[in-house]
Design a protein around this ligand. Structure first.
Ligand code: GLN
Length: 288
């Protein structure tokens, strides 16, 4: 056996010594707490205090398999099949992007800005459904639709809708290929966090993202970095009501360019920074 004693103290030491070359101290601390919480069903205080916690053989084995996964750079969210987002827990797997903190900021901005009663909302490229479901649960009487090109992503999104009791209508649609006029209902809000990482930015990415998260959801060709934004702006011109709002999450490099795509037909265009001070969101209101 990899540890000879079944105390939490022993497994903690083993966890840290196995992974200390791969992760920094703070990150390791947080990975350990997440792992222990999940496997032992204890809260953080109980884990920190460790009043002589003893592990079952099955729990030791689970720890071992998480350590193995972390050594291979598998994201902790994938090891447990779930990720927190906007104070809820979403099921995830390798077919969907792990929801990011920036996208939580996007939800907060939309919820704060929304003044429409019972808005009709569409999320384009929904992945795990994190945006669509959160908006549905946060905005009273919202009617939410969500699209994705990936059937496997939609399966996860539907699972999340059921687990979280959201009301979202999911549709499989390739926004790049299908005609904008295929969508029949008029919308008050359109939101999208489309793929926006350049292929050339791959070398800057960590293995846990690059090797385990879906490239379909992340990357665009350097030659056409705004391909999704152009298509979604055209889609919005047809499908938004007058004064309807388009919300984008963007690559920090392209705030001005995305705003530029909108400037002929939208007003009140804003480029908004995320908590790290990077241009991360562009909003605009369709001119009447
Ligand atoms: N923000 C994500 C990342 O940094 C990318 C999200 C996206 O491409 N839409 O990995």
């Amino acid at each position: 056996m990899f540890v000879t004693r079944n105390t939490l103290k022993a497994i903690k030491e083993y966890f840290f010594s196995s992974l200390k070359n791969k992760y920094e101290k703070m990150e390791l601390e947080s990975l350990y707490l997440i792992t222990a919480e999940e496997i032992l069903n204890l809260n953080r205080t109980e884990i920190r205090l460790d009043k002589g916690v003893k592990l079952l053989e099955s729990e030791l084995l689970k720890f071992n398999s998480v350590i193995k996964g972390l050594k291979k750079d598998i994201p902790i969210q994938q090891l447990f099949g779930k990720a927190p987002f906007y104070e809820r827990e979403f099921v995830i797997d390798e077919n969907v992007l792990i929801p990011r903190q920036e996208t939580e900021e996007l939800i907060q901005l939309i919820v704060e800005k929304n003044k429409i009663d019972s808005p009709r909302i569409l999320d384009i490229g929904t992945g795990s459904g994190a945006i669509a479901i959160s908006l549905n649960l946060e905005i009273n009487n919202s009617k939410v639709y969500a699209l994705d090109v990936s059937e496997k992503a939609l399966d996860i999104a539907k699972k999340n809708k059921e687990l979280l009791n959201g009301k979202v209508e999911f549709l499989k649609l390739d926004i790049l290929k299908e005609s904008s006029s295929k969508f029949t209902e008029k919308l008050d809000l359109i939101v999208s966090n489309p793929p926006y990482v350049l292929n050339s930015e791959k070398e800057l990415m960590l293995s846990n993202v690059l090797d385990y998260e879906p490239h379909l959801a992340l990357f665009v060709e350097d030659a056409n970095p705004l391909i999704f934004y152009k298509k979604i702006v055209d889609f919005a011109l047809i499908n938004l009501v007058e004064e309807g709002i388009l919300y984008f999450e963007i690559n920090e490099k392209y705030g001005e360019e995305v705003a530029g795509l909108m400037q002929n037909n939208f007003n009140k265009i804003e480029i908004i920074k995320d908590l790290n001070g990077k241009d991360r969101f562009v909003f605009g209101t369709l001119s009447s």
